[in-house]
Write a protein that binds this ligand. Structure first.
Ligand code: LR7
Ligand code: MN
Length: 572
């Protein structure tokens, strides 16, 4: 017996370590066993049709991923839960700095393997789809400005780990003049060890649009794939995109964008495929109602592709040659914004198609604020948006300009872009609206618009239209004559709406704002001859409370509190 008195604590400690090692070993053995078993199964069965790993012969199989303990933080796309109160003061500081610099939880990201596994969120029927045998290869271009190390490299590794090597020509990291130290020498050294990955750098801060153009200028793959610098590509993401381009080089394709939560890096698959829309402030939106037949390819619901009027902007593939023909991007656009709608309109109007590919999934960290510096003194998004409106939107641009009283400011020179449109012989914006996005709400068709003022008191119906306000009661506020949250339009369908939000009443006390669904029902209103606002479904009228502060629904009686001034539009 060589255990000495006084060693018992150490012994306990050692035992604990031992137990932990043993557990890890057991886990590893179990994980290896599962891998073995999968391999055996794969050998026994004929390969499934849509699984990259199975589909390709040995030499083309996916690169083997390093072993990751299945219990490691964030594995399988799980949330990383951190009890901040248990952190030491130094760790707490790291935690706060991470949020501060990135507007996502960098501390949590740093705990997750660069090779973490993700849940397979694809529709099971994706397995039955057939893809082209001969596919073009792709250059993946990732632009970044001051991105966190673990997030950037997880983007890179998720591309390498989940792309068939023969289809991945290269990964081009475009550094848009970052000043974080880890993105200089350390990145250079890390990347030197990875085949296929290179870094190019802008000489001054260009913004993401010109950074993408730099990436384009050095890319050599047949297809260009753009990704943001905080993405994770899921299993099988690439082939469905490339195959659609192989079918027609004018197909511009986007994966379904899954949500990686900024708070805890949880990977949440989007089940349904939403399509892209926009509002008349020229902000990209997801279409809140479900896509109609119109968006289906070959007039049927298809997992192959869904036609989308616009794209979010950051994640898509396009034939490099076609991108060139189409005039790449507008180099006059700065920093951020506008390029997504510009490219969307241009693709459709000039003979291409824009699609979302339901069987291709890529995660993106969505955040609530932009963490880096923009240009000071210039509203770059407005400037970029005016450039696109001037070139592509014809008379429809006025709906946008109305929002800021035609105060265009200096938006630079767009003659080259206008020439491009001329050269490509593109359709009109009206064609786009009627053929690609027929259910778009066009303000010019409104039957009434502007503030809705109560006759009883100088109060107006007032609500912001955004996610935070959906479901909340709509209230009355003193009329301010500035449009904004008091600007409402009566659509041909009887909706009272702004952008994608509609006044909605389902019984009870209050009217709420809800995403417009275009199905009438709770969203059908009439602005009647006697200036009352009538809800068809419940046969009630809008009424303000006696103090004028609240909006309610009551039996129609014609009292002043049910009478509303709202500017009718004369039919044109
Ligand atoms: O000056 C800059 N230089 C850059 O290189 C500013 C940004 N960037 C990089 C940045 O590091 C990031 O990789 O550009 C990328 C996009 O910027 P984000 O991630 O800060 O913004 P975002 O995700 O809100 O950007 C969305 O809208 C942009 C409009 O210009 C671009 O089109 C982005 O690609 C787009 N992102 C997506 O479509 C992902 C899904 C989001 C949605 C909906
Ligand atoms: Mn992004």
């Amino acid at each position: 017996n060589h255990i000495h008195f006084g060693d018992s604590d150490k012994l306990k400690h050692d035992r604990k370590i031992h137990a932990e090692e043993k557990r890890n070993l057991v886990n590893k053995i179990e994980a290896d066993r599962q891998v073995q078993e999968r391999h055996r199964e794969e050998k026994a069965q004929p390969p499934a049709k849509n699984d990259d790993t199975l589909r390709y012969k040995k030499k083309e199989a996916l690169p083997s991923r390093p072993y990751v303990d299945p219990n490691a933080p964030g594995e399988g796309g799980k949330a990383v839960v951190i009890d901040k109160d248990k952190l030491s003061p130094e760790e707490k500081k790291k935690f706060d700095d991470g949020w501060q610099k990135n507007a996502f939880n960098q501390y949590a990201s740093d705990m997750i393997s660069l090779h973490r596994t993700l849940p397979d969120v694809r529709d099971p029927e994706c397995k039955d789809l057939k893809y082209k045998d001969k596919l073009p290869d792709t250059s993946v271009v990732v632009c970044f400005h001051n991105e966190a190390w673990s997030v950037l490299l997880r983007t890179v590794h998720s591309i390498i780990d989940r792309s068939p090597p023969h289809l991945l020509k290269e990964i081009i990291l475009v550094d848009d003049f970052s000043d974080m130290d880890h993105l200089k020498q350390p990145l250079e050294e890390y990347v030197a060890k990875l085949e296929k990955v290179k870094v190019v750098r802008t000489k001054k801060r260009e913004g993401l649009i010109r950074a993408r153009l730099l990436g384009y200028s050095v890319a050599t793959g047949e297809v260009l794939t753009y990704l943001d610098s905080h993405c994770e590509c899921a299993e099988g993401w690439l082939i469905p995109l490339l195959s659609r381009i192989a079918e027609n080089r004018k197909n511009v394709v986007c994966p379904v964008i899954d949500n990686i939560k900024a708070e805890n890096l949880e990977y949440l698959g989007s089940l349904k495929t939403s399509v892209g829309s926009f509002d008349w402030g020229l902000v990209f939106r997801w279409k809140s109602s479900k896509p109609y037949n119109h968006y289906y390819v070959d007039n049927k619901i298809s997992l192959k592709a869904v036609r989308s009027p616009t794209m979010a902007g950051g994640l898509f593939s396009i034939s490099r040659e076609y991108f060139t023909e189409l005039g790449t991007y507008d180099p006059g656009m700065d920093i951020w914004g506008g390029e997504n709608l510009e490219l969307s309109f241009r693709v459709w109007m000039c003979g291409g198609t824009l699609e979302i590919i339901p069987c291709s999934h890529v995660g993106h960290i969505f955040r609530k604020r932009s963490p880096y510096k923009w240009r000071t003194g210039v509203n770059v998004v407005k400037k970029n948006s005016i450039r696109l409106a001037e070139v592509w939107m014809d008379e429809y641009k006025n709906y946008y300009y109305e929002r800021f009283n035609y105060d265009l400011g200096d938006y630079g020179d767009v003659t080259d872009r206008k020439k491009l449109r001329e050269r490509l012989q593109c359709h009109s914006f009206d064609w786009f609206v009627k053929n690609v996005y027929p259910d778009l709400f066009v303000p010019g068709e409104a039957l009434a618009s502007g503030e809705i003022r109560s006759k009883a008191k100088p109060m107006c119906i007032d609500s912001a239209v955004d996610n935070h306000n959906y479901h909340k009661p709509v209230n009355m506020w003193p009329c301010h004559n500035q449009g904004g949250n008091q600007y409402w339009m009566l659509s041909k369908n009887g909706e009272i709406r702004r952008d994608d939000g509609c006044l909605d009443y389902s019984g009870g006390e209050s009217v709420i704002v809800y995403p417009c669904h275009g199905q009438k029902g709770n969203q059908e209103w009439q602005y009647r001859e006697d200036n009352s606002i009538y809800h068809a479904n419940t046969q009630k009228c809008m009424e303000t409370s006696v103090d004028g502060q609240k909006l309610t629904m009551k039996t129609c009686s014609g009292v002043d509190r049910q009478i509303w001034t709202w500017k009718r539009k004369s039919p044109s």
